[in-house]
Design a protein around this ligand. Structure first.
Ligand code: 5CA
Ligand code: ZN
Length: 437
């Protein structure tokens, strides 16, 4: 699938480099330092289900993993970044039916808008942007292999549900009792799992399942729903989680460095995609670290397409809000703390952007009595601080405060812009000059 474009990331012209990135891993509930193999870091981030426009919660998730990408690059690593688009799934089909549009047209429209939003926010594009539909042949192979291994089983389609010609009269589920790693991503109890499972696309009450949590792998084609050629599975479509397991496996391979997304995906999605991936890989771990962005809310509730309480990136852009100010709103919150959108937060970010831009426009290294060397020193120290804060579990708010101190030094005549704007561009993804914008 077509991805989006971004300005090239400048190299920060200092002798030093960023240190290794430490992130909080949900699975071990502690800090992890992913150890990329052969200088190449591999990241998979769960993409949108394109039935509505990008809101500030999605933007927070993609900007957080954009920081991971930028910190790794600054540390001298190559980054292989993969993102999916859930371009066929229940919520998309339901919204298309409600709005009386074709689901493919709805998806195409929203994916296009998402690309524009990501470009405006200067989120670096994935190397592979892959639609669930594109991945179906791999899903078919994968589900066939799981059946052959005896870890998946068939459940009859309920009598009242009509299937299309070429479909089997059964759906396919994974048998979790064969998977000892089930539960290791979330670390949740079965009670905790049960609380959210049905709300998050699960079907605990489906008759014929061996365990209420067994995830759907292949759904036999129903009349009125889209369906694809499924070889020995018959016509149908894949379940949600297998899409991410197979895309990650194809483009990244086993044991990739970071699996990312919002923390609403911890269970069931990341639990199930990891367990399905592990099953497909003969027990090899799916990812080294599972990293989650806390939820962004509005008026006390999670911002979500299904609730409709959305602050849309595209709407703010249309109102003339500078996307770099939006990026600064996002970076002003640590990714592991939930937060709420406020107008006040936007105003503060806009003021910060103005100050930083004024400082960036001050020529050279400044000599306001402090001397050129001292001015340069200030710049080098700020860059070191930004690097250190970001490498320490992506502490973007602390990095912003370091840049604030630089701006104050410059605006008080104690330093010139120096190399800080380049570092702000490379590491934080915020453009401070016309040419970088
Ligand atoms: N297509 C699936 C993942 S395979 C999906 O969850 N799509 S989504 O459109 O619902 O969400 C896209 C990404 O934004 C996911 O990583 C999700 O965890 C994240 N996200 C959704 N709502 C919020 C929110 N309010 N705050 C932070 N992140 C969010
Ligand atoms: Zn996913």
């Amino acid at each position: 699938m077509k991805t989006w474009t971004a300005d090239p990331v400048p190299t920060v012209p200092t002798a030093g480099r960023g240190g290794p990135l430490v992130v909080h891993d949900t699975a071990s509930d502690g800090p992890v330092t992913p150890t990329p193999v052969d200088g190449r870091a591999r990241m998979y981030v769960c993409g949108i289900t394109p039935y509505d426009a990008t809101h500030m919660g999605h933007a927070a998730t993609y900007v957080t993993f954009d920081l991971v990408n930028r910190v790794w690059r600054d540390a001298g690593l190559d980054v292989l970044y993969v993102q999916n688009v859930t371009d066929v799934d229940e919520p998309l089909l339901e919204r298309a039916a409600r709005d009386e549009v074709h689901w493919e047209d709805l998806a195409a429209r929203e994916i296009d808008l998402f690309r524009q939003d990501m470009e405006a926010l200067r989120v670096l594009p994935p190397d592979h942007y892959v639609g669930a539909v594109e991945g179906i042949p791999d899903d078919v192979t994968a589900v066939g292999a799981l059946l052959a291994d005896g870890v998946a089983y068939c459940v009859p389609v309920p009598g009242g549900e009509e299937t299309v010609p070429g479909a089997e009269r059964s759906d396919v589920y994974l048998d979790l009792s064969t998977q000892p790693t089930f539960g290791s991503v979330s670390g949740w109890t079965r009670d905790q799992m049960m609380e959210v499972f049905a709300d998050r696309g699960g079907d605990p009450d489906r008759e014929g399942k061996r365990d209420p949590f067994d995830p759907l792998l292949w759904r036999a084609g129903r009349v009125g729903e889209p369906h694809w050629e499924g070889g020995s599975l018959g016509r149908g479509r894949p379940g949600w989680h297998i899409e991410c397991s197979t895309i990650a496996q194809r483009y990244l391979g086993p044991g990739f460095d970071v699996q990312g997304g919002g923390d609403d995906l911890v269970f069931p999605h990341h639990e199930m995609s990891a367990v399905e991936g592990t099953a497909l890989q003969g027990g090899a771990p799916f990812a080294q670290a599972y990293v989650h962005q806390a939820m962004v809310g509005l008026d006390g509730e999670k911002m979500s397409k299904s609730k409709g309480n959305l602050v849309l990136v595209s709407r703010l852009r249309a109102q003339g809000v500078d996307p770099m100010a939006l990026r600064l709103v996002l970076l002003d919150h640590h990714y592991r703390r939930a937060w709420e959108w406020t107008e006040d937060g936007l105003r503060r970010a806009q003021e910060r952007l103005v100050r930083w831009r004024r400082a960036a426009a001050v020529d050279g290294d400044g000599d306001g009595g402090a001397g050129r060397e001292r001015a340069q020193e200030i710049g080098v120290r700020v860059v070191e601080e930004v690097r250190r804060h970001l490498a320490d579990d992506l502490d973007a708010p602390a990095a912003l405060r370091a840049v604030d101190r630089w701006a104050t030094s410059v605006l008080e005549g104690r330093a010139g812009a120096g190399l800080v704007p380049v570092a702000v561009d490379a590491l934080l993804g915020v453009a401070l000059t016309e040419s970088a914008a």
